[in-house]
Design a protein around this ligand. Sequence first.
Ligand SMILES: Cc1cc2nc3c(=O)[nH]c(=O)nc-3n(C[C@H](O)[C@H](O)[C@H](O)COP(=O)(O)OP(=O)(O)OC[C@H]3O[C@@H](n4cnc5c(N)ncnc54)[C@H](O)[C@@H]3O)c2cc1C
Length: 486
Amino acid sequence: MKRREFSKSIALLGLGAQAGLVGNLGHAAENQESFYEEPVKKLPIRKFDVVVAGGGTAGIFAAMAAARQGAKTMLIETKGYCGGIAVEGGTAIHSFYNLYTAFENCTKRKVVQGIPAEFIDRLTEMGGATGYPEMETGLDYDSVCTAIDTELYKILAFRMLKDAGVFIAVNTLLAGAIVENSRIKGVITESRSGREAIMANSFIDSTGYGDLCAHANAEFNVLNDYDSCNSFGFANASIDDYYKFLKSNDALGHICRGPRSGEENKFVRMGAEQLNIPGFIDEAKKIGLSMVTTTVRDNYLMYVKCNFKVPGTVLDRDDIAQAEVEIRNRMAKAAELLKKYVPGFEKAFIARTSPSMLIRRGRQIVCDYDITHEDVIYGRHFDDDTFVYGFHDSAPQYQIKDGGTYGIPYRALCVKGIENLYAIGMMITSDLRAHMSTRNTVSCMGQGQASGTAAALCAKKKTGSRDLKYADLRRQLEKGKVYFEA
Ligand SMILES: Cc1cc2nc3c(=O)[nH]c(=O)nc-3n(C[C@H](O)[C@H](O)[C@H](O)COP(=O)(O)OP(=O)(O)OC[C@H]3O[C@@H](n4cnc5c(N)ncnc54)[C@H](O)[C@@H]3O)c2cc1C
């Protein structure tokens, strides 16, 4: 087996650390023939109750929930802001409601409430979100369209984390774990202040990639079953001209009207999957250009996405580097095509890109329970539900039965074999068809509130995640306004 293949097979087995050859993240520099042994260092120690690694879509809600329970909470985020893919790659935030528009006699319910809904309500008040306007077409896919302003979202995330009393460590990399037997004692961080050891009782991995789980030698799979992506904001564009053009070409897909730049009843979601302009469509397909987008601003498309399947894995530095170069070329081509062929975009320009490539799945972490596709589409509930969810991204092919919901059980967040670690966000659920539901934004947010609440309760009693009584967790989740079906 070649060196490169060898390092990838280690990642697949989750055995990097045990092998002791390539570092516990399971990737190695190519052609690495010799090794340098790092000198042992004494690191300064900080102590917390709860550590949340990754301040993205799920992580900020985990940190807020833990801190609101009174836990001394640290949030570790490698970038200079929080919000993750919700502010970097998304389109609409799916979904706070059940799919009530697709089924007769189905009651409309806001099925995810709690801190995520409080966040969107505050963002809407700031003019940074549409709230929950009903879709005009595409009613068998989602019932409402929650679109956001990426920059106001980042600002509000900081405000609410601060208000909750979270210690925010941005520009800080989670770089290691201190594990004794099957319990995490602490994590190692790296920032411009140097390396530090952060000790705590409970830990949450919300890095998307599963970095903390890998450092802690948890079991994981690398499934490589999605395209990766970058997305850009397209400014100086006329949304109304774009809409007219789509309409005259009979190319309107999913449409929603809502508040835009302070005015009601404007287009905030536009899908144009059937835009068959000769010269444009073949080139657009080649670069993986997605023609579904949202906005909450006049003259600005919040997200234009270019997809690309990374030929190796999204865990290999060199494969990622090649993909970053390719995707940025695709974004330049996308802007060129839109300006040339689509009225409304003649003078548009790229105003924002994501700082790095976005993944739909990195490591899939093995947890005590693996949510199945049947659980999702048959709307199953469990005796340890932490919240309920009702959206599937493959709808209308797969919808949750009768426009209902399924439960996210507590067990699905507990990392197998580790006493005090939760995995949340895109890392849970192995079945791709089930993951097409659990990975969506609002599900990740709900998992955040659930895990943060649980982690704080465990920290209070200095116990591991499996010692927590469900009744205690449920009581606190209900106090935190989490919605349950019964
Ligand atoms: C291109 C794209 C478009 C999508 N569109 C939609 C959509 O329209 N609607 C929808 O509902 N869902 C959509 N999704 C799915 C959804 O947005 C994601 O699944 C979800 O946001 C993932 O949240 P997360 O918290 O797991 O990860 P993230 O939001 O990526 O958060 C992970 C955070 O951890 C940080 N981090 C990573 N490693 C480290 C480390 N070692 N140390 C410190 N910090 C670290 C990252 O910087 C990041 O902030 C989309 C996903 C993608 C990729």
